[in-house]
Design a protein around this ligand. Structure first.
Ligand code: MLT
Length: 264
């Protein structure tokens, strides 16, 4: 489905009943990242998966920032008449979820922070983002997918589950190079969210894959330690895309978490 928000189109799926669960994809993905969760959790949550601007069926349209992505999510919640939701973000989606908490805490019933980190980019990471922007613009999204695929899924998935590897690649190849460049700019300029973590006073689930080569498990442990009362779940034999790589295990920990979350 498509919603019109401030003159841009935002693609989304809205399926199921229960606590609203807004699913925010990572980079350079789209809402199909969350298909295993929409299908697996729709009997216990209203699953709303959206394409961030620049990705999937959404318009490729600046401005590019975590704050803007977060405001788009809230604008979609307004359109769908969802006052409060559990906001789940994977990797870049986690950066968006933390921005959303900072800007609209009253809209957040809980947070799921998957394969993500609180810190900002280092100067070296920013240099790599600039090189990736050039790669996207000069050689297209397939070149970006090729550069990222190795780190995107875990070793076990690479060895045993080629369909998931191919699914991840297809999602990346489908991304618009300007949407990719925009997200890279948004990520390289995102603020450090470390100071935000102790302000979070809603239920939080931190999830990581033990084979994540892009964002190490130590980042998840640090977020868990900084967020009072949070739960930490490490998914075995999963890499950066644990929700696609081990969907049953991922959905299980999300279901357990959701059982403790009620709407006010
Ligand atoms: C992602 O998966 O969203 C990105 O790898 C995150 C990042 O590059 O910081």
């Amino acid at each position: 489905m498509i919603a019109l928000i401030d003159d841009i189109e935002i693609g989304y799926d809205d399926a199921g009943i229960g606590v609203p669960l807004v699913l925010v994809h990572g980079f350079p993905h789209n809402r199909t990242l969350w298909s295993p969760q929409v299908h697996g959790l729709m009997d216990r949550a209203r699953c709303i998966a959206l394409d961030l601007r620049g990705f999937g069926a959404s318009s490729v349209s600046p401005p590019w920032s975590m704050d803007r992505y977060a405001d788009d999510v809230v604008a979609l919640m307004d359109v769908l008449r969802v006052p409060q939701a559990v906001v789940a973000g994977l990797s870049m989606g986690g950066y968006v979820a933390l921005a959303l908490w900072r800007r609209h805490p009253q809209r957040v019933r809980g947070l799921i922070l998957a394969s993500t980190r609180a810190g900002a980019d280092s100067p070296e990471a920013r240099e790599k983002r600039l090189a990736m922007i050039t790669l996207a613009r000069e050689r297209g999204s397939a070149a970006v997918a090729d550069a990222m695929l190795q780190g995107m899924v875990g070793k076990t998935t690479r060895e045993k589950n080629p369909d998931v590897v191919e699914g991840a690649r297809e999602m990346m190849v489908a991304s618009d190079p300007e949407g990719i460049a925009g997200a890279l700019q948004a990520m390289m300029h995102r603020p450090d969210s470390t100071e935000t973590l102790p302000t979070i006073d809603v239920p939080v689930l931190v999830v990581a894959g033990d084979e994540d080569a892009l964002i190490p498990v130590s980042e998840a442990r640090a977020m868990h330690a900084a967020i009072r009362g949070s739960r930490l779940e490490i998914i075995a034999n999963a890499g950066h895309l644990g929700n696609m790589e081990r969907p049953a295990a991922f959905n299980h920990v999300v279901s357990e978490y959701l059982a403790g979350v009620t709407l006010e």
